[in-house]
Design a protein around this ligand. Structure first.
Ligand SMILES: [Zn+2]
Length: 475
């Protein structure tokens, strides 16, 4: 080979190497990041929903993310317990830092830590957060606020006003009533948001959003702190999908050139888990999957630039598939047509009249109620043992002046409804262990650009730094 050729090919090769190196160095591999968190979504919540869908021919026959190329397990302990709460779990997922239960965006010494939202914004990316529960509830809070206690709702909401969050979507803003300690919608906060220069829109249509510049806050069309359960949804209710669609449109139209980070929480899977409410839980998982369908549509249009990471902060309820006799009959759950919460309301409306002295309904009336609303005895056989259990709760309720309720973290149920729903749930082959979180590992499902990098992730703290690395965020 002549010397000139040799020189030329050597020059070409080195130019090529420089080019390859420069392109690796300069441009981050991922432009659009979707980070989806199913709060309390254990593996059995996902497969339990899928089994129900298949048995009944309703809903997604395959839960989309179970087919992602990465479907892995991650561990979720906090620094204070093997069993994390959503605050410590959220901080691990948002910042990669282990902290104690109840800590929002602070480390184990209560020192504030930065999160993916900060890192993305620092690198010039658009940022979005959305949830079907409160804006200042633990999971979204971990992506925008810093406080030693998750119950500091007011402080978290105020920190949102100055947080680098371009798009926020949530059912509402939570405040705690000083007298009753109940959590209520903070309607006065909307004015504070407007004063801070944030445009506020109401669902489900968020009219005017497309023409708006600057920071936006999209809330449900009703004054509420969580969207209704999907199983109870009415025509005019806002859905998680409405927030996701609005968020994608908003972020892509304003930050399409540079890229964006979008965290989406399915927050009510956890509520259904705390309520041991399988029928409601299934529709929450399905609703989360529908939101993911929208994200998958975006990925299909931008396959080389989009990363989708789906996981959970912890498992809720200690959910088991099977109730001891080697079979499941998920279709029996079709007899429960509303959430336990709505059924409790129905129960109260049937048997309690406001302002009147209450005479307890007869055992026969109670049986008729559950026959009608859960199909017990009629469509689902009730064993003598299960019936005796329900009867015992009835007797206890009557002897307590006919007003025994069963309170859990987010809801107050009638004790009779709790027992009756439990009979149906077990008959369908599902079983809850308790009404709180467990330490079970949860799923990690990854699709899109650089998915293979997540195949070795083992703990909830490893996700945020890896996303930051792939998307070129500034930590
Ligand atoms: Zn929870």
């Amino acid at each position: 080979m002549p010397a000139t050729w040799k020189r030329l090919s050597r020059a070409l090769l080195s130019a090529l190497l420089v080019l390859v190196f420069a392109s690796c160095k300069k441009e981050p591999e991922v432009k659009y990041v979707f980070y989806l968190i199913g709060d309390g979504m254990g593996i059995n919540h996902v497969f339990g929903a899928q089994e129900y869908n298949r048995a009944t021919g309703t809903g997604p026959q395959v839960i989309n993310f179970t087919r992602f190329p990465v479907h892995n397990f991650i561990t979720t302990p906090s620094s204070s317990s093997l069993i994390t709460d959503s605050a410590a779990g959220g901080t691990a997922l948002s910042s990669g830092i282990k902290t104690y239960n109840s800590a929002v965006g602070v480390d184990a010494d209560t020192v504030a830590v930065t999160s993916l939202t900060d890192w993305a914004a620092a690198a010039g990316y658009g940022t979005g957060l959305c949830t079907n529960v409160g804006l200042n509830h633990a999971t979204p809070a971990c992506f925008m606020a810093h406080t030693p206690k998750r119950k500091n709702y007011k402080e978290i909401a105020l920190q949102y006003l100055t947080a680098p969050v371009d798009f926020a979507g949530a059912a509402g803003v939570i405040r705690r009533d000083k007298r009753t300690r109940k959590r209520l919608p903070d309607t006065a906060f909307l004015e504070k948001a407007r004063e801070a220069g944030i445009s506020v829109f109401r669902g489900p249509s968020f009219e005017g959003l497309a023409e708006t510049e600057g920071r936006v806050l999209c809330l449900s069309g009703k004054d509420e702190i969580e969207l209704p359960y999907a199983i109870d949804r009415k025509e005019d209710d806002t859905r998680l999908c409405d927030f996701v669609r609005a968020g994608i449109d908003y972020l892509y139209s304003r930050f399409g050139r540079k890229g964006f980070f979008f965290m989406i929480e399915g927050g009510k899977i956890d509520y259904a888990g705390h309520g041991d409410d399988m029928a409601a839980c299934i529709q929450e998982v399905n609703d989360f999957a529908y939101a993911i369908d929208l994200v998958l549509d975006f990925w299909k249009a931008h396959p080389d630039e989009t990363l989708i990471v789906i996981t959970a902060d912890h498992e809720t309820g200690g959910l088991m598939l099977g109730s001891g006799d080697y079979k499941m009959d998920p279709e029996r759950l079709m007899n429960q047509k509303m959430s336990k919460l709505a059924l409790t309301e129905q129960f109260r409306n049937t048997f309690y009249v406001e302002g009147e002295a209450q005479a307890a309904p007869s055992w026969q009336q109670v049986r008729d109620f559950f026959r009608k609303h859960l199909g017990l005895w009629d469509k689902v056989e009730v064993s003598a043992e299960a019936e005796a259990g329900l009867r015992a709760v009835y007797d206890r309720t009557v002897s307590h002046g006919w007003d025994l309720s069963d309170e859990n973290l987010y809801s107050e149920y009638s004790a009779l409804v709790v027992e009756a729903v439990d009979i149906l749930t077990r008959a369908a082959g599902y079983q809850w262990s308790y009404e709180s979180h467990s330490g079970s590992p949860v799923g990690l499902y990854v699709q899109g650009k650089c998915w293979e990098r997540f195949a070795t992730v083992q703990d909830n703290t490893e996700i945020a730094p890896l996303i930051a690395e792939l998307a070129g965020y500034q930590r």
